[in-house]
Design a protein around this ligand. Structure first.
Ligand SMILES: [Zn+2]
Length: 223
């Protein structure tokens, strides 16, 4: 729309309902539409589970589901963990402790300015299957990678591939080539996240292919 100089529609807000809404893309939407851009998180099985309120907090819709998070060993955790959902209302196919494959960190909201009380998520961290690991085996979620990339305005799409325990290939799509200084800055921020023993190769590419189901994969481990 921006390239073709099409004016935005007169709507009150934009909601994002795809996988991980990249920081870079959210900035572009806000700049273009000039109205609130709110994130929605849901799954095909439960439809909407969380929605961002006007104050920027992401709240659980508590009426239809019970939610919890578990760590890699299936134990309940208050840290970033896999979201587990139990449905109350689906009488045809009740789902009990359904593993969503998505990573979030839950917390209790006493009372938000919007009036909500209950469980919220700090943010959606991405798919568990797309996580990578640092040199010392610490979990790195797609959102953590995205936080760094969002600070580099020239990158429109990207993908981080973990090739081995300490080597990574970062592919990116950009209208303009990054300068040596910008590349060095990005690599330094990756090293801070993944560990200083890790090495990164940057590759400028024409496009980032989507998965078979049409989803945009932010990061993954080579099999
Ligand atoms: Zn709120």
């Amino acid at each position: 729309m921006k390239k073709k100089n099409i004016q935005p529609f007169p709507v009150q807000c934009v909601t994002l309902g795809f996988e991980l809404a990249c920081g870079r893309h959210i900035k572009e939407f806000k700049k273009f539409f000039k109205i609130p851009v709110l994130d929605i998180y849901g799954t095909s099985e439960f439809v909407v589970l969380f929605m961002e309120c006007e104050y920027g907090f992401i709240h659980h819709f508590p009426y239809k589901t019970y939610i919890e998070t578990v760590d890699r060993n299936g134990r309940q955790t208050s840290e970033i963990g896999e979201l587990i959902v139990t449905s109350f209302k689906n009488k045809y196919m009740p789902l009990i402790r359904y593993k969503t494959g998505d990573l979030v960190k839950l917390y209790e909201t006493d009372k938000c300015q919007c009036g909500f009380s209950g469980k919220s998520i700090v943010r959606f961290e991405g798919r568990q299957s797309e996580t990578t690991y640092s040199a010392d085996n610490t979990l790195v979620t797609p959102r953590m990678v995205d936080d760094l990339v969002a600070q580099t305005p020239k990158i429109s799409f990207y993908q981080m591939e973990q090739v081995s325990k300490t080597t990574y290939v970062f592919r990116y799509v950009s209208d303009k080539k990054m300068s040596k200084q910008e590349e060095a800055r990005l690599i330094f921020s990756f090293k801070k996240l993944y560990g200083y023993r890790s090495t990164f190769t940057l590759q400028k590419v024409e496009n980032i292919p989507v998965s078979q189901s049409g989803k945009y994969i932010v990061s993954f481990r080579a099999s």
